[in-house]
Design a protein around this ligand. Structure first.
Ligand SMILES: [Zn+2]
Length: 208
């Protein structure tokens, strides 16, 4: 295996009708499914991530007394207060029903510690704890990761930036991602920031 497709947080709560719906989320599903099939056909690894919060998670406005969408502080870190979302073992945390789940090799869970949010698929936001993603990739000798999913300005961005820091070649497939855009330019700025860091921004059509 030479490369991995990283399918980030394509869960019901982040899609249309969910509690933290990203505009246009379901539009990426055909793009993501065709990449899943492509990676499977070439013998590469397909990893999907799940935001996986206990219902006591302190990033939820309901638990912290903050206002949804506003910036506060959680355990010394800046924290956007979110609506309750992706609570473990609820339909909101399930993968989108149209996502091609049969070809997913591994699911990586993040956001399980109630005291810290976790945008990156590699580390929590305080970088106190690592997920098992890096170990899984290293074990298989994978050097390149291709990221699709939700959302461009949060979990995709922070996973891509950490991927570069750890030493991977990181590609973000722009037509396979959508952003939250609390401010309208957030996704555009995220793309710029990723490019500056060395992430390659590509379209799904560029992938062989
Ligand atoms: Zn979350």
């Amino acid at each position: 295996m030479k490369r991995a497709l990283l399918v980030v947080d394509i869960q019901n709560d982040f899609c249309e009708g969910g509690s933290l719906a990203v505009t246009g989320a379901s539009e990426i599903i055909p793009v993501v499914n065709s990449l899943i099939q492509k990676f499977k056909a070439s013998g590469d690894l397909v990893v999907a991530t799940k935001d996986w919060h206990p219902k006591t998670h302190k990033s939820f406005a309901s638990n912290s007394g903050g206002t949804v969408g506003e910036l506060g502080e959680l355990e010394g870190l800046p924290q956007v207060w979110w609506p309750d979302h992706c609570v473990q073992n609820t339909s909101g945390s399930d993968f989108h029903p149209k996502l091609q789940k049969d070809y997913i090799d591994v699911v990586v869970y993040k956001g399980t510690n109630p005291d810290v949010d976790s945008y990156s698929t590699f580390f929590d936001n305080a970088k106190r704890e690592k997920t098992n993603l890096d170990d899984i990739l290293k074990e298989k000798g994978i050097k390149s990761i291709y990221i699709v999913g939700l959302a461009t300005d949060y979990c995709v961005k922070f996973s891509a930036l950490d991927g570069i820091d750890i030493g991977y070649d990181v590609y973000v497939v722009e037509d396979g991602c959508r952003g939250v855009n609390l401010s309208p330019t957030d996704s555009r700025n995220a793309i710029k920031e990723m490019k500056l860091k060395g992430v390659k921004i590509i379209e799904s059509i560029d992938i062989q």
